[in-house]
Design a protein around this ligand. Structure first.
Ligand SMILES: C[S@@+](CC[C@H](N)C(=O)[O-])C[C@H]1O[C@@H](n2cnc3c(N)ncnc32)[C@H](O)[C@@H]1O
Length: 538
């Protein structure tokens, strides 16, 4: 889930988000799943005051600590706006500037920090000597270890080496906080790390022992390193980090209270981040009942149950058992179903989706498939999709054709291709709207509608995906309506009906996308929607 701004005071995080209240002892004992409309007992005056706050902390055996709505919340209410306690590059093979997290190259021409040799976007990067960027303390530490840090980052370094070096940055930053800002460090140290469970996973534990603890101790000569504490920090990062970034920047962040949100595969909040301060802006995406858990999705919502659950289990150490995960049809979307390879008529779905390694079965014949085989098949199809250039319209169309007899139409891999097509039809040379045939325009409209139907169920309300797809949909509806009225194919009345739909699509996408931070691509689309409405006289 995740700038450059004036130095923020260490207390600013706490000042800029609503005060988080602890819930009553009674509520802390409450298990998740209890009817959210139950009225809390033992309400007192103090609690009445708390009603002013949009949320408070509760506790359950399943979620641990989590946030609940302290009153009914309407869609679009701001819940949290807070700056990160810690920020650093994501764990990937892509080098970024340590100040602003924009991509950099590792070639000779790339500007480097004179102090430590790490690549920076330029000497005027706004993140230099800033708390949310490349600090003096970090520069000195790396500078003293040039031979094991910055100097290895050349264009001869492979992606694994680059990844390993960048992975250390945020860990080192948190360890530096321990010395330079113990109060902030303490807030991070209180986050869930799942260290005991992680220790049982030999592969994972060895990775962090070799790539992090031993490297920092032996190569980086951080002699006073407490190995347990480093493992704890690694766990905290894996469990609590948001991946953020706008306009090409990519960073991971820890926030003082947003980390408390529980996961749900159809969440009731949406968030974005401010490109200048890296602050998270968290809002309700739909109406939330009093005492309902506030949730966000830790995984990409438009993935199948098998993948989402595996992701959560691997990184966050829990098996999701939400309503969507428990339903073989994923709330009616069927976005994990396959076409039966035996009878070619039935649909293959998980017999019990909460049983990760259980069988998948056809609803028409006796065909069954083990989850492992299915995973391998899906991985192969996914590799095929990944191999297609994001602007390759014929390639993506061909992908849809190739797999239409293998995957059900709403399967998440087909949806992923359709989503790309929704965005590139009308924006790619050769397929700009005036260049497109009526058939291609109608195809864009169909993909947008199919995608929107699923997003309405899986990521409903004021969510970025809905805003984006509605903006994409308005154009083909408008163009086709205009050509249909001009050629006399539709009546004036039908034309008016279609125009009304265009206005509605633009209004909703404007309302959603204008919530995105200024300067972001999404916000620009929101402004374009607003502009189009003005031109239409609305
Ligand atoms: C980012 S932390 C959330 C805060 C955490 N509950 C705490 O007390 O610090 C993520 C962890 O919360 C728990 N969690 C969140 N959502 C959950 C869910 N839907 N089911 C089970 N556990 C969940 C898991 O232990 C997960 O690793």
């Amino acid at each position: 889930m995740p700038g450059r701004k004036k130095n923020h005071h260490k207390n600013s995080n706490r000042a800029r988000h609503p005060r988080v209240q602890q819930s009553s002892g009674k509520e802390q004992q409450e298990r998740h799943g209890k009817d959210a409309s139950d009225s809390p007992e033992g309400e007192n005056q103090e609690q009445e005051q708390e009603e002013e706050q949009p949320f408070r902390i509760a506790h359950s055996d399943i979620y641990g600590r989590y946030l609940v709505a302290s009153r009914q919340l309407e869609a679009g209410e701001t819940l949290i706006r807070e700056e990160p306690l810690a920020i650093g590059p994501c764990v990937s093979g892509d080098p970024v500037c340590l100040g602003c997290y924009q991509p950099v190259s590792l070639g000779r021409e790339q500007y480097r920090c004179p102090g430590c040799g790490w690549p920076l976007c330029g000497r005027s990067c706004s993140g230099i000597k800033r708390r949310c960027g490349h600090t003096e303390a970090e520069c000195q530490l790396y500078g003293d270890r040039r031979a094991v840090a910055g100097e290895l980052l050349t264009d001869r370094a492979g992606p694994a080496e680059v990844r390993d070096l960048y992975e250390l940055v945020m860990i080192v930053r948190i360890l530096l906080l321990r010395q330079h800002d113990p109060e902030q460090f303490e807030l991070i140290a209180r986050m869930e790390s799942h260290t005991a469970e992680r220790r049982l996973n030999e592969v994972l534990w060895r990775h962090y022992e070799e790539k992090v603890v031993q490297r920092l101790r032996n190569a980086w000569r951080l002699d006073d390193l407490d190995a347990e504490q480093v493992h704890e920090v690694c766990g905290i990062l894996d469990v609590n980090c948001f991946e953020i970034g706008q306009n090409g920047a990519k960073a991971r962040t820890l926030y003082p209270s947003a980390f408390l949100l529980a996961h749900d595969c159809t969440p009731n909040t949406a968030h974005t981040d401010d490109p200048a301060s890296f602050a998270i802006l968290l809002r309700t995406s739909r109406r939330v009942r009093e005492r309902e858990a506030l949730t966000l999705s830790y995984a990409y919502t438009l993935q199948g149950t098998l993948k989402r659950r595996a992701f959560m289990h691997e990184g966050k150490l829990f098996w999701c058992r939400c309503r969507r995960c428990a339903d073989p049809r994923e709330l009616g979307t069927d976005c994990s179903a396959l076409v039966c390879a035996t009878c070619r008529a039935g649909s293959v779905r998980a017999e019990d989706p909460l049983e990760q390694s259980g069988d998948w079965a056809c609803d028409r014949c006796s065909h069954k498939l083990g989850a492992k085989d299915l995973e391998r098949q899906l991985d192969r199809i996914n590799d095929d999709l990944e191999a297609i250039d994001v602007h390759d319209i014929p390639g993506l169309e061909n992908f849809l054709l190739r797999y239409r007899d293998v995957l059900r139409p709403n399967h998440y891999l087909l949806l992923s291709a359709k989503y790309s097509l929704c965005q590139i039809y009308g924006r790619t040379e050769g397929y700009l709207l005036p260049q497109m045939s009526p058939e291609d325009i109608a195809r864009k409209e169909t993909y947008c509608r199919e995608f929107l139907e699923i997003v309405d169920v899986l990521d409903p309300g004021l969510t970025r995906l809905r805003g984006l797809i509605m903006y994409e949909l308005h154009a083909p509806v408008m163009v086709l309506a205009q050509s249909a009225i001009q050629s006399g194919q539709i009546s004036r009345q039908e034309f008016q009906r279609r125009l009304k739909e265009v206005v509605k699509l633009l209004q909703v996408s404007r309302d959603i996308l204008c919530l995105e931070p200024e300067g972001s691509t999404e916000n620009a689309m929101g402004l374009a929607a607003a502009d189009a409405l003005v031109k239409m006289g609305c």
